[in-house]
Every structure is written in C-alpha cells, then in structure tokens.
Design a binder for this molecule. Structure first.
Ligand SMILES: *Cc1c(COP(=O)(O)O)cnc(C)c1O
Length: 426
C-alpha cells in the first residue's frame, strides 16, 4: 500500500497491514526481544542476511509500521523512528558525516538544532557553515568545501517562519554533489512533500503536528531513495565501502535504495540507541490518523487569526507566511498552496511590557513551551527560551523583544479570537 492512495487515505490506513485474524488496530509490540527456532536463523539476522526483528533497540514492528506510514506520506522508500526530533536530525547527519567533515545549513533554524549543529557536532569534529537561505545560488555555493557532505534547511523555520526555496536548495546541493536534507516538521507531508521538489532526505520532529496532541516526544527520518551515493563514493565511504562491523558488507551494494536507512538502523541505532518507544509510536500513529483533518483546521484558524491581528490597531506587526503581503507569501503559495502551518508570530505596540501583560491576560490560550498541537498556546521568546539575552542580543538572534509566538490550535476560531481580543483590551 503506498503511492496509489491519496494522503488522507494513507494517514488512516498506511503502515499496519494486518493479515487474517490479526488485530485491526496497530498493536503495541511491548517486547524487547523476538523468538527464533534455530541458532542459524538468529545468526543470519546479525549478519543482515535476513530481515527480521531480534532486539527493540534496533527495530520493533510497531515502530516500523508507523515509519512505513510516514514514508508513504512523504513518498519515500524507507523511514525510521527516533526517540525525538533532535535524535532524528543528529542521526540524519551523523549517518553521512564524520570527524573532519563539513556541511552547509540555512541559518533560519530551530534553536535546539542550532545548538546541536554549532556546539555539539563541533565537539565531534563536524563543522557547519550557516548561510542566509535567501542569498543567491552563487553566494550559497561559495560556502561549500571539498569535505562538504550535505545541505540542510527547514521548510518553514521555527520560530522565524521563513519559507525555504526548496528547488533552489536542491539545485545547489546537487550541483555540489551532496544530498539536500529538509526538516519538514511545520508543514508536515499534508502541506508539503519536499521530495517532489528535489530534497533527498526528510526529517521530522513527530512531537509536533504528527502526534498533534502533545502526548509523545519523537522523531522520524525518511529517505527518498533518490540520491546516488555511489556516484560520489569517495565522499560517502560509510555507505559505499565495506563496513567492518558487519563482516565487510557494503550498504549501497547490499540494500540499493534502502542503504541510507539500513545503515542508520544497523549501525547508529545499534551503537547509540535512541529508538522511539513502541508505546510512543502507537500514540504517534493515532495522531497520524487525523493529521489531514487537523492540518486543515490549524491552517484555516491561523489565517483567520493572522487577518484579525493584522487589522487590529494595537498590533505592531504580524508574521505568517500564508498571509497575503508576507515576505514569503509567494514561496508559501508555491510549495504549500493548501496552507502552511498553524504558527504565527506578532508584536504589540508598546513592546515587551505590553506583550507580557497581554499573555498574562489570556484565558483560553495557554502559556506553554510547545508548538503545533491541538490546543492554542503562546510563548514569549524574550522572557522564556531566550531570557538570558539583552534586547540588543535578542535582535541579533533574530528575536524581537516584543515577539509573541502563537501556535493556533483546532478549537473554534471565534473563541480563539475572542480570547485574544479580551486580552488585548485588558
Ligand atoms: C521541535 C523541533 C525539533 C526538535 O524536536 P524534538 O522532538 O523536540 O526533539 C526539530 N526541528 C523543528 C523544526 C522543531 O520544531
């Protein structure tokens, strides 16, 4: 079951395919181990000669069914679940980069990913160069070096809400002989499928819209199967030359289009762990069953709220890429014609003090450190995630002192707007 069905059908039915007499609903395989009849059968699994389950740190049937659903939604050939979005981004890169390597990344980036790339990866000997994603192809290409292994960006950046020109990034990556990796967390495959625009690997924090109910932290990596690793075998020895930890097996030769995800599973999960718990994968799957319905409601609510804010005289500025007049409106229409995401940012006249008073006056809308779940919530980066910074440092970091991040949920939009209105008047 895959590409012949439309996304709505894949949300509900892809992944778990029960055979005669098996549970209709995806079961939680709450088991660390799996049984075999002969020692030889087990040995073949350890040599990657047979596919099968033997230990949940590497693979679990519940996780694999959910990963298969996400792969189908993105139009990829294979996927793996990870314990968090952070783990997914780390594995996606570490699978093809090692000490001494380098990659290029848009500077419009989630704060956690920025720290991972600029601080922790650096300690591992992997260097990153950040580029302005709106710069020309020539300017961005100038950041590439002989040891550059990939290009990375977010479809819609969190929290700055900039839209990436995916086709441009794909051209830059491919003309430099490396894959394009895209964090597609905010639009989800319901609103954007980066593989259709030339991306090679897609990453998700499933914690956000995919789970959608703020119940389970998780991540996912999906491979399009399109990047020709063997054409650049000298750049990607981990995939294209024998792996001594598997008796000299070469992933691209043994697994073809499945090479990248097989290596991430057999090598990175084996050695580093960070598998998603089957319980969380079960919750994620229930979220995915309604992803198509929820995204529609998030987007229509967010557009209505953005229009309301834009028309309100107490509001200094509104940033929402699906709002006509936004700097990224044309790119959003190109890549996400049916809607982008439910996250908006805005500021109030009067700055930081007024913004804080506004947030404290909200009743239905809650202050939480989260985005992209069913309940409308707000965060004031200057007081929360970035509170150690002065106003000047905030502006340098791309966060205005009055910046309010509003994640519009799927409640009735009239109730959301009414709560915002009473707080603006307070
Ligand atoms: C939240 C988020 C992450 C990190 O995901 P976790 O599940 O919190 O580890 C990565 N990228 C983006 C765009 C995010 O919004």
């Amino acid at each position: 079951m895959s590409k012949q069905f439309k996304p709505e059908t894949l949300c509900v039915q892809a992944g778990w395919q029960p055979k005669k007499g098996e549970p209709r609903v995806l079961p939680i395989y709450q088991s660390t181990t799996f049984k075999y009849d002969t020692s030889e059968q087990m040995a073949r699994l350890f040599d990657l000669e047979d596919a099968g389950y033997f230990y949940t740190r590497l693979q679990n049937p519940t996780n694999d069914a959910v990963a298969a659903k996400i792969a189908a939604l993105e139009g990829g050939v294979a996927a793996m679940l990870t314990s968090s979005g952070q783990a997914a981004n780390f594995y996606a890169i570490f699978n093809i980069c090692q000490a001494g390597d380098h990659f290029v990344c848009s500077s419009a980036l989630y704060g956690g990913t920025f720290n991972l790339f600029s601080v922790t990866m650096k300690k591992l000997g992997i260097e990153v160069t950040f580029v302005n994603q709106d710069a020309s192809e020539e300017e961005i290409s100038a950041a590439f070096r002989p040891n550059t292994k990939l290009l990375f960006g977010e479809t819609i950046s969190n929290p700055s809400l900039e839209v990436l020109d995916i086709e441009k990034f794909a051209r830059i990556a491919h003309s430099n002989g490396v894959p394009l990796l895209i964090d597609n967390t905010f639009p989800t495959p319901i609103n954007c499928r980066p593989f259709e625009w030339g991306a090679d690997i897609v990453i998700h924090s499933t914690t956000k819209y995919m789970d959608g109910h703020a119940t389970a932290v998780g991540g996912c990596i999906v491979d399009s199967g399109n990047f020709d690793w063997d054409a650049y075998a000298d750049k990607f020895p981990g995939l294209c030359t024998p792996d001594e930890s598997y008796h000299g097996l070469t992933y691209t030769k043994a697994f073809g289009k499945g090479a990248y995800i097989t290596k991430a599973t057999a090598q990175l999960m084996r050695d580093l762990g960070s598998i998603q718990s089957p319980q969380n994968a079960f919750l994620l799957n229930i979220g995915l069953e309604t992803l198509h319905l929820r995204m529609k409601q998030h987007c229509s609510n967010a557009l209505a709220v953005a229009k309301y804010l834009e028309a309100n005289e107490k509001v200094a500025w509104v940033n929402y890429c699906s709002l006509p007049g936004n700097k990224y409106y044309d790119l959003a229409q190109k890549y996400m014609p049916n809607g982008s995401c439910g996250v908006i940012s805005f500021g109030l006249k009067g700055g930081r003090e007024v913004s804080i008073k506004f947030m404290d006056s909200l009743e239905l809308v809650a202050i939480v450190t989260h985005v992209a779940d069913a309940r409308t919530c707000v965060l004031h980066p200057a007081s929360h995630t970035h509170r150690q910074l002065t106003d000047e440092q905030l502006i340098e970091a791309g966060v205005r002192p009055d910046h309010i991040r509003l994640s519009v949920g799927i409640e009735n939009v009239d109730d959301i707007i009414a709560d915002i209105e009473q707080a603006l008047n307070a």
